[in-house]
Write a protein that binds this ligand. Structure first.
Ligand SMILES: [Mg+2]
Length: 313
């Protein structure tokens, strides 16, 4: 792909994550709402303040760039450094405890397992995985390994690791589809279904296919979910994107209108949409309101450059 187009897609993905997160955060934990209400909320807000989803996405991007690829110890330390600088970003109870254990000497790959027997399968490792999808889009087996490893810092349950890999794969497929080429939904879903190993997620991808065209939001929420468990949010985010792949705005508005864990679902749907359509598809009035936009954009540019410096084979 042409360098400039790739750059626009990296920008779209990271900025798209942050805006979905920031808008969604204003509706987190509430029920379903009308799309018009989400649109007017976005108009009313003077600034878009992102939460832990974006904060940890930034951490992953920073670490991949600085380490020229995945380095678990470095990534964990980056999460800790960022958390300590801005602990008010809406982190759940798990990550700070894991960070404390790592600071006390526990290894990055064993702390999460020690805290939650069997590991957590919340959506916390999928919400931040977009940079892995961008960087390793040309090698899905490596993408899977890195997604698993980045997940295991905080989410070591098999379902937690699989969800991160599924979200990273969706970002990669979106990145690899030229923005002026229509998304073939059937092919997109077949690729996800072939990629994912867990049976539960294979079923979930089949449910996405069945629900395309569904008008009843309540049915979408009942089948795919809108919660904090990975199996009830990552497929939902992918669905939100595939319903309206041509529009970043519609994707994010729809994701938030489903209610529930809106910041995370909109962040993930926004990441996929931004990786496909690029930064130019993200409304400029939303971009203008995003806090730390320059920093996030610089990070996306650096990550795009890193593709050539990192061994992705
Ligand atoms: Mg959040």
């Amino acid at each position: 792909m042409h360098k400039r187009k790739l750059r626009l897609k990296f920008l779209g993905c990271l900025v798209g994550t942050a805006i979905g997160d920031a808008l969604g955060a204003r509706r987190e934990g509430r029920g379903m709402s009308r799309s018009e209400d989400v649109v007017s909320l976005a108009e009313k807000l003077e600034q878009l303040i992102y939460t832990d989803d974006t904060h940890m996405t930034i951490g992953i991007a920073e670490s991949l760039i600085e380490s020229k690829g995945f380095n678990g110890e470095h990534m964990a330390q980056t999460f800790i450094k960022n958390y300590e600088a801005e602990p008010w970003r809406g982190y759940g109870p798990g990550p700070p405890r894991i960070f404390g254990m790592i600071k006390s000497g526990e290894a990055w790959y064993s702390a999460a397992n020690r805290l939650y027997r069997g590991g957590s399968f919340g959506n916390g490792s999928a919400m931040r995985v977009a940079p892995v999808g961008l960087l390793y889009s040309r090698n899905l087996e490596k993408l899977r390994r890195i997604a698993y490893q980045s997940s295991s810092i905080t989410h070591s349950h098999e379902l937690g690791k699989e969800e991160a890999a599924l979200q990273a794969c969706a970002v990669a497929l979106a990145l690899n589809t030229p923005s002026d080429e229509e998304i073939d939904k059937e092919t997109f879903l077949s690729r996800l279904q072939n990629f994912i190993q867990d049976r539960l997620y294979k079923e979930k991808v089949a449910q996405i296919r069945e629900l395309l065209g569904e008008q009843d939001k309540a049915k979408v929420v009942a089948v795919l979910g809108n919660g904090m468990e990975a199996p009830r949010s990552v497929p939902t985010a992918i669905y939100c994107f595939l319903r309206q792949p041509q529009s970043y705005k519609d994707t994010v508005i729809y994701a938030i209108s489903l209610g529930g864990d809106t910041d995370t679902i909109a962040a993930m749907a926004g990441a996929i949409s931004g990786a496909y359509r690029g930064i130019e598809a993200v409304p400029s009035e939303w971009r203008a309101k995003l806090e730390n936009r320059e920093y996030i954009e610089a990070l996306a540019e650096n990550l795009a450059t890193s593709v050539n410096n990192v061994n992705v084979e």
